[in-house]
Design a protein. Structure first.
Ligand code: ADP
Length: 479
């Protein structure tokens, strides 16, 4: 089997160790073999990115556009093949894998266009004869550290703006999903990036990640992952006075009011809580439901849960793929135990470990009812197909419960009332608000990010991405 290598300074470089990438739907299936970089190779990648930085910073908008556009076209035309790879290595269903791959292509396409729209401002000075130019300059070398749950889309939404705005990159993907990361880098490399502009260093967080954090040549770090790692990265970046952008967890509420359309509410809950096996930072994990609709909502949600097929991610008819690995499955099972035996919630549906034709990490999606917002299952992010129902007496209490969390990524409401929808949009303490839509599922051309413990630093995606990937310069001229 071919060994996929790291890209350092334009060369594909073998690693000292190898990692076997395992299919979570069938642990006997090895998806691929991937080189693991060490700290020294990571250092070489940073050096290469630094050397390439002045050249790429001066590259023309057309050059950046052409690379990004070529990547977008290739990824879009290969979406069936690459979506299958995504489903095989991460466990999203094939439909989800293909959709995410197409999303990655859309993101490259968006930033290809943005490269042609780079502009600054010319501002009159308060001093006679002086003119002021405000421009955005690249940051330099950017470290990109990504998680396993969106192995195509998240690398795309960090790499595309970095290249668009003239930065060079050291990219460290999550250990569980080297396949998608390698493909994105291969596509961009062949699309004509100069050597050293994009470097791939697959490997462990404690080795490769730390080497990136410790380098004074890395000007900015964009990270998506756990709160624990994000907090550690923020502290390290403070030591270096380095720009940092963190996207971490969520404990996203979906409020369902008495006047909601029941089908809409159930569909939002099922999609938001369980699709992608609940492994989305925007997943609806707390379903906050007012008295008048509570029992009907719970009954209809369980009815829908009964019809969901949990099986091999790539099998036709599968709605929910496996959990990503044994470690995450253990976390999910531990929280199911906490919910039942410590918190005293009622497990109204699911939560069993499932056996399928092939050995995989299959878990029946679970719904807890009779929960209170102080329970651990309502405070801590589980990151699995587990949701809870919290009963609220009215809209005011529902809003209070929705905001009573240390997180603030996405917040949803199902209602037919313009009054409540408008009030909720203004008062939800979250970076993103959804009305009659699942809390997960966003557009690629608008800002993505949260508040409180969910996010740190400026927004990702859309034009707002420029705030992170560039630094502003104000130049005064007296001719
Ligand atoms: P998860 O628990 O979901 O895997 P992590 O936050 O551990 O989330 O991982 C997200 C990304 O952060 C991965 O690419 C991982 O390798 C990386 N990472 C983990 N530990 C460190 C670290 N100490 N320094 C830098 N990156 C790290």
């Amino acid at each position: 089997m071919e060994i996929h290598r790291n890209l350092i300074g334009g060369e594909w470089v073998a690693g000292l160790e190898l990692l076997e990438n395992i299919n979570p739907s069938n642990t006997e299936d090895v998806v691929g073999r991937y080189a693991q970089a060490d700290a020294a190779q990571t250092g070489q990648a940073i050096t290469a990115a630094k050397a390439a930085s002045p050249g790429w910073a001066r590259s023309t908008p057309q050059q950046r556009h052409d690379v990004l556009q070529a990547a977008a076209s290739e990824i879009m035309s290969r979406r069936a093949e690459l979506g299958d790879l995504l489903a095989r290595e991460e466990g999203k269903t094939l439909a989800e894998g293909i959709a995410e791959t197409a999303r990655a292509a859309q993101i490259f396409d968006f930033f290809a266009g943005e490269a042609l729209r780079l502009a600054g401002e010319l501002v009159p000075s308060i001093r006679p004869g002086v003119s002021i130019e405000i421009t955005r300059e690249p940051m330099g070398v950017v470290g990109i550290i990504t998680p396993w749950n969106f192995p195509m889309a998240i690398p795309a939404w960090k790499i595309a703006p970095a290249l668009c705005y003239g930065d060079t990159i050291v990219f460290k993907p999550a250990e569980l999903v080297p396949g998608c990361a390698w493909v994105i880098v291969d596509v961009l490399h062949r699309a004509g990036l100069p050597e050293g502009v994009l470097n791939l260093v697959m490997g462990r967080g404690a080795v490769v990640g730390e080497a990136i954090l410790d380098s004074s040549d890395v000007a900015a770090i964009s990270f998506t992952g756990s709160v624990a790692t994000g907090t550690h990265i923020a502290a390290k970046c403070a030591q270096h006075m380095r720009k940092v952008q963190l996207e971490m967890g969520g404990k996203n509420p979906l409020v369902v009011l008495d006047d909601a359309d029941l089908d809409t509410a159930v569909n939002c809950a099922i999609n938001g809580a369980y699709f992608s096996t609940g492994q989305r930072c925007t997943a609806s994990s707390r379903l906050i439901v007012t008295e008048g609709i509570h029992d009907r909502f719970v009954a209809a949600t369980i009815e829908k849960l009964r019809s969901l097929q949990v099986d091999d991610a790539r099998k036709e008819g599968t709605h929910i793929g496996p959990v990503v690995d044994q470690k995450q499955l253990d976390v999910d099972l531990a929280y199911l135990d906490v919910g039942r035996n410590q918190d005293g919630a009622k497990l109204a549906w699911g939560g069993e470990r499932l056996n399928r034709e092939t050995p995989g990490f299959y878990l029946q999606p679970a719904l807890f009812t009779e929960t209170s917002n102080t329970m651990r299952i309502n405070r801590e992010e589980i990151f699995g197909p587990v949701a809870t129902v919290i009963r609220a007496k009215d809209y005011d209490e529902a809003l209070e419960l929705a905001n009573d969390t240390t997180f603030g990524l996405s917040s949803g409401i199902c209602t037919t009332s313009l009054k409540y929808a408008s009030h909720f949009k203004r008062n939800a303490e979250a970076g993103m608000v959804m009305v009659n839509l699942p809390t997960a599922g966003v557009d690629p051309h608008v800002p993505f990010g949260g508040r409180k413990g969910s996010s740190y630093g400026s927004r990702e995606q859309g034009r707002y991405a420029a705030d992170f990937y560039t630094q502003v310069k104000t130049a005064y001229t007296l001719p």
